[in-house]
Unconditional design. Structure first.
Lengths: 779, 192
């Protein structure tokens, strides 16, 4: 076997292994791309909630078309069918029947659950007042609801338990099921069993809903009904699908365009094919490295990888075009050092991102760094061996010579370009306060249409967005629940002042054992209770003699065991408790006790316009060890931190590049000759973006870094080319071709509907072209 | 043959006359009377009977009706409580607690509230949406029975008896499905 075959086989084997690794890689598209890997306590809650919290498992459904009766029937059918699949923890559509089980459970344990059970409640005075209250309700229009329970529960403990629940935002009923306010849509609220971060599970749940709906309406002949769905899972699944689809489409587009361009230059299918080796190596190597280091690969990282094609193909172009006249060894001495320096500047630029505490940034950095190194190594060591010394590239034709001459004459527009840069710079200085957007949503893939649907469904359903949270951490379940009860006492004060509308607490359905014991001990014996009732009800319309069932219930509760979480199994109450009370056992291995976390979402007050003041909440919670979290503020702070860090890292990367150039070129003039065209290109690009209404965000910044990393290659060739001789047409052609492929590779991203990718496209593509022209002008 | 024709003539004529006699006071004229009510204040006594209770629960207070759609019921005895119906919103204040309900979200509650409001405003169309109406008596002592048409509401409420003289409602009586009932007696306070 010849050497070239051996080298090729080794390369092919490595590629196959890499593809094997990639096929096993876990690809995700959730928000954690934007979340820090070493979060603060507040951020951790945010991250956990976004990934796996109850809010992240919410699916909101709306059906429209047909008439109210058809919608109600379809809603009931969908409700029953979805419950049977077992993929959903809860399926709610407003039908009352489904809550009987929960009511019975609350009634059974009422003396352990009711917050009003205490010694005072069962004194003569307490009994008189609470029973008078019950009689009042009994004879009101709402009396029918409590009539069956009055003799068992005359003090109204069931109502005490229920009064703490969120009453505000139940949707209206139409034909017995939830409907929108205008009555045109039937509504359902689901909670998936799959975690929010389990993309495949979310996708399966969404597919189940769609299939069940399609099946159901076909069965009943309600073809005029349509289904709309929203929720965090829907967003994430859609985003992943969009990116998957786009990556394929964009990759195809850019590959095709680049192949056509390269065909024009090489006129050789053999070179065309070999030229793809560094590209494939870069893409595979990048993803393999990311999946090894991070375990999970973000879909955006892979999407970003497609743009790398435009960069990695450069090295093969340099090799083929530059070695055409002198052969491999001449290329190695004359051009390889420059290519190597270009690779190093790229590595330094992206290396800085590795230190980011945000996994998304770090992944982009690692992917680019490894990809570029792979492409360069394959070009240097594999390509020459495989291709051999027989690189035959046609001499540049009329167009090639024209472009090469145009580049040589770029010097004449040096001063106009300088003036233009100066104007752009002044323009940016003038507007420097507005350059960056503070809005995190610009990074998300959610379309305006999706967001509007989501907002409408949320409003219709009164679904929680859980903006305000109180979080308690404890070492065991009992301590967690005691903490929740202590916080609840303080929050009650805020409810009374009307500052908050209420709150959710796991202790509402599962009080701490201490609290349960306290309540149980407050219950009097049968004899004492009978005696007190006789005195308390002397003048009451409800006579004590009718309340024997009550006396029996109380004395049974005195000897009943305390409630445990198992007592709630199978009811919606268990879901409510589990959503608010989590234990994470990950830390156990390191000798730390398992962590319990209580989440208490706050509901906005009646005057929903009033935002909650964090200061008030923090004062109220002082001493309880509980954290108050405003998710929106937390997000904004997070994003600010993200941008600030990315800027810092980009600057550090830039300084590394400068240091590298200074060390390697050993000339201030030459360093300036390399850097100035790049700075100028960056200024022109940013000014152009701003003038066309774009507000910069994180990914534009990454794009600017890319202009530096890739563009430095062009400038280096011009600066180094001076040393030996004038660049010949082929060498110039190699630069133009490399620049064009880069512009195409990044340029196709402009058509992406994923904002993150689009931002990189609009920044890098024009940036590279400008960098080449400017480098040629200042040569 | 002739004799039977005569008989039918007589019966028909009698029928015409008797209907004509009732026309002096029918639903439309009662509704017109009620609609002409200018609103105002009234004292009320409410007695609530339930099978479980040995005697009725009695409460007293004042009601105010302001055209076109505001109804206020302030209970003073035995406990302060206020119930305000304004348009489609029902607000209940009892002690420190305040509950606001939008009627659109509860069709049963809406039917219930409409019974009072539409009677007060003499809106026959609105009443007939939810109830069949049966009127008896004369203009100065009438009795109107509202029977819900919706089976679901009928499961809660058997019928509502409203009685009064002229444009003044004197008493509302709600019969729940289980025969527990509430009697609301109204005595207008002459405006000064």
């Amino acid at each position: 076997m010849s050497r070239s075959w051996r080298v090729f086989l080794i390369w092919a084997l490595a590629m196959a292994l890499g593809i094997g690794v990639i096929s096993q890689a876990h690809v995700t598209a959730d928000m954690s791309f934007f979340l820090p890997s070493r979060p603060t306590a507040e951020q951790k809650v945010l991250v956990d909630q976004l990934k796996d919290g109850s809010v992240s498992r919410l699916l909101m459904l709306s059906m429209q078309g047909g008439d109210a009766l058809q919608r109600a029937k379809a809603s009931t059918a969908l409700h029953d069918a979805l419950l049977k699949t077992g993929q959903f923890l809860t399926v709610q559509n407003g039908s009352q029947v489904s809550l009987n089980q929960e009511r019975d459970l609350l009634l059974l344990h009422r003396y352990l659950l009711s917050p009003t059970v205490n010694g005072e409640r069962f004194s003569v005075k307490g009994l008189r007042e609470s029973i008078a209250e019950t009689v009042d309700v009994l004879t009101s229009p709402a009396g029918l609801l409590i009539k069956p329970f009055v003799t068992k529960d005359p003090t109204g403990e069931l109502l005490s338990i229920l009064s703490g629940l969120n009453p505000a935002s139940q949707p209206p009923l139409e034909e017995g099921v939830w409907a929108s306010r205008d009555g045109q849509r039937a509504l359902l609220l689901l909670q998936t069993r799959a975690l929010g971060s389990d993309m495949d599970g979310q996708e399966a749940a969404i597919e189940t809903v769609k299939a069940t709906f399609a099946n159901g309406i076909a069965h009943q002949g309600f073809e005029s009904l349509t289904l709309q769905m929203s929720g965090p899972g829907v967003f994430a699944v859609n985003a992943r699908a969009a990116i998957k689809q786009e990556v394929a489409r964009l990759f195809l587009m850019s590959s095709l365009a680049i192949l056509i361009l390269l065909w024009g230059v090489y006129r050789s299918p053999r070179l065309l094919l070999f030229g793809l080796m560094p590209v494939a190596s870069a893409v595979v190597g990048g993803v393999v490295a990311v999946s090894w280091v991070f375990g999970t690969v973000f879909a955006i990282t892979i999407g970003f990888g497609t743009s790398l094609v435009g960069e990695a193909v450069d090295y093969a172009i340099y090799y083929f075009l530059q070695s055409a006249h002198g052969g491999e060894s001449a290329w190695r001495t004359r051009f390889w050092p420059t290519v190597r320096l270009g690779v190093l500047t790229t590595v330094f630029g992206f290396g800085a991102l590795l230190f980011s505490s945000f996994p998304g940034l770090a992944q982009l950095g690692l992917h680019s760094l490894v990809g570029v190194v792979c492409a360069a190594l394959v070009t240097r060591f594999v390509l020459p061996a495989v291709v051999g010394n027989r690189v035959r590239v046609p001499e540049p034709g009329r167009w090639g010579r024209f472009i090469a001459n145009a580049l040589r004459r770029c010097g004449v527009i040096k001063w106009p370009l300088l003036a233009l840069t100066a104007v752009a710079f002044a323009y940016l200085v003038l507007h420097h306060g507005n350059l960056w957007t503070q809005n995190l949503s610009t990074l998300s893939s959610i379309t305006a249409q999706e967001a509007a649907l989501d907002a409408r469904l949320r409003k219709d359903l009164g679904a929680p967005d859980a903006r305000y949270l109180v979080v308690i951490q404890a070492t065991n379940q009992e301590q967690a629940l005691i903490g929740a009860e202590r916080v609840a006492q303080r929050l009650d004060g805020l409810v009374q002042q009307g500052l908050i509308g209420g709150y959710d607490s796991p202790a509402r359905f599962l009080p701490s054992e201490a609290e349960q014991q306290r309540r149980r001990e407050a219950l009097p014996t049968a004899a004492v209770l009978r005696e007190r009732l006789a005195i308390a009800l002397v003048d009451s319309p409800l006579s004590a003699s009718r309340l024997e069932a009550f006396v029996e219930a109380v004395s049974a509760a005195r000897s009943a065991p305390l409630m445990t979480r198992q007592d709630l199994d199978g009811s919606a109450l268990s879901v409510a408790v589990d959503a608010l009370l989590n234990s994470s056992k990950q830390e156990e291995g390191r000798g730390k006790l398992s962590e319990w976390t209580v989440l208490m979402p706050l509901w906005p007050g009646v005057d929903a316009l009033n935002e909650l003041s964090p200061t008030i909440l923090k004062n109220v919670l002082a001493g309880t060890g509980a954290l108050f979290i405003d998710r929106r503020d937390e997000f904004e702070a997070l994003y600010g931190q993200y941008i600030a860090q990315a800027r810092g890292l980009s600057l550090a990367g830039l300084l590394c590049i400068v240091a590298l150039l200074a060390w390697s070129l050993r000339s201030v003039v030459k360093v300036a000759q390399v850097l100035w065209p790049l700075c100028s290109a960056v200024i022109l690009v940013v000014a152009g973006l701003y003038a066309s209404g774009v507000r910069l965000h994180l990914l534009h910044l990454i794009g600017l870094l890319l202009i530096f990393a890739v563009g430095s290659n062009y400038a280096l060739f011009f600066v180094r080319g001076d040393k030996t001789s004038k660049m010949d047409d082929l060498a110039l052609m190699s630069l133009v071709t490399a620049c064009m492929t880069g512009a195409i590779g990044f340029g196709v991203l402009v058509f992406s509907s994923v904002p993150v990718l689009q931002a990189i496209g609009v920044t890098v593509a024009p940036g590279l072209i400008l960098a080449l022209i400017l480098a040629a002008a200042w040569r | 043959m002739r004799a039977s024709m005569m008989t039918s003539m007589v019966v028909l004529t009698w029928g015409v006359f008797s209907t004509h006699g009732a026309l002096a006071f029918d639903l439309d004229s009662l509704m017109a009377e009620l609609a002409a009510h200018p609103g105002g204040r009234a004292e009320f006594v409410e007695k609530r009977y339930a099978a479980l209770l040995d005697k009725p629960v009695v409460s007293k207070g004042e009601m105010t009706y302001t055209l076109p759609s505001r109804l206020e019921k302030i209970t003073t005895e035995p406990k302060a409580e206020s119930l305000v119906l304004e348009g489609d919103t029902l607000t209940l204040v009892r002690g420190p607690r305040k509950v606001t309900l939008t009627l659109a979200s509860r069709p049963e509650a809406r039917a219930f509230v409409e019974s009072i409001r539409s009677t007060l405003s003499g809106n026959r169309l609105a009443l007939e949406k939810n109830y069949t109406l049966q009127l008896s008596g004369q203009a100065d002592d009438w009795r109107l029975v509202l029977t819900p048409t919706d089976a679901k509401i009928l499961g809660l409420l058997k019928h509502i008896d409203v009685s009064g003289n002229g444009r003044q409602i004197r008493q509302l009586e709600y019969w729940q499905a289980d025969d527990d009932r509430t009697v609301l007696q109204i005595k207008p306070i002459p405006s000064p």
